[in-house]
Design a protein around this ligand. Sequence first.
Ligand code: LAC
Ligand code: ZN
Length: 435
Amino acid sequence: MGMFEELKEIVGEENFSDRAEELLVYSRDSSFFQETPICVVRPRTGDEVARIVRLASEKRVPIIPRGAGTNPCGEVVGRAIVLDLSGMNRIIEVNERDMYAVVEPGVVRDELNRALEAHNLFFPPDPASSRVATIGGMLANNSSGLHAVKYGTTQDYVLALEVVLPSGEVIETGTLARKSSSGYNLCRLFVGSEGTLGVITRATLRLLPIPEHRETVAFTIDSLDELGGVQEAVMALLPAAFEYMDEICLRVLAEKEGLKVGGGSGIIAVEFDGVRGEAEACAERLRGRFGEELSTGDIWEMRKTLVPLLATYSDKSPLAVTEDIGVPVSKAPDAIRRVKGIYGEAGFEVAVYGHLGDGNLHMRVFGEPTPELEQAADEVYSYVIDAGGTISSEHGIGRLRKKYMEAQHGPALELMKRIKQALDPEGIMNPGCML
Ligand code: LAC
Ligand code: ZN
């Protein structure tokens, strides 16, 4: 029997495709990479995943696990069997007393939180793509987003994982206890591994009680020189979200979303949460201190739609190149200046925004992926590494940033390669990604 026939036998005819039009859809993620997969399979159970991976391992055929495909770094694009896990979307258990949920990887982040509302619980990591991003994708990238400044990242909420290893063998790692010092932390190894070490088929996630109140304050700034003072004032109050958007973002939000704003060269949006009186008091401390105060009605909705909105700014595409760099928090204002300077000198316009409370800056460069752009990106990354920062705060390495891994990690990269070799000696799991 040919491999396609065997795959059909595992997942059923309707969950297999090698039709050109479907392969075209799976040939892209949110990056500018494109490659046609060999075929697509949509497993429904962990057992099916294990059988598929075992088959791929026997046949030495590459395999790429995939969620919603929101990754902007070419992480799930390649000549491989694409394993679309979005159909494995059951919430298996919610435990209120012990505050955890057991979920399959295809559960969409916002849908999980909607289901958790009835239990007065929530899963804090909050990527801008939360309406579509899957838990599996978030685990694969250690995603975080808007609330990381107070709540941390996906890895901080993983109690246990079920993983199909590249051989097809299934392991469970972690416990239901809130903390553990037992053995190597394999959960942390698989989180952020971008589908290169195995397939996560089930996750036990730590949850928190929903805060009683959320209070938002947003205002404009007139110049980047104010950012240091703003950061100091906001960080001292332990914000739940702390976002910056530059002048291009401000203009796009005013034009397309009707944000009412008189002027300014950027926007700061801050959220406090917790007991009502305390959250309100924190916001009050910021009011009237900086630029024009903005109506906060849907500022977070606007913020979450920024990436698609930036596509309307120019007739050039808003490219994701150096789009989630991270620097020590206090260096963020300087990093914004440097990034704008580097791209500006190379002749590119760039929109910069991001999670100011984490020192995590996003940017979209308007243009084409030319050698000049790549050179400017090289410069940005080398500045970031020199500043003690990271080439990726939350989106992962994918195929886009592989070439910077050595500069970032030095000899530790060799150890990463040895781990990969130990777990996946045939190199079938998402080859070409990350390492
Ligand atoms: C954001 C995504 C790009 O924060 O991480 O908008
Ligand atoms: Zn982000």
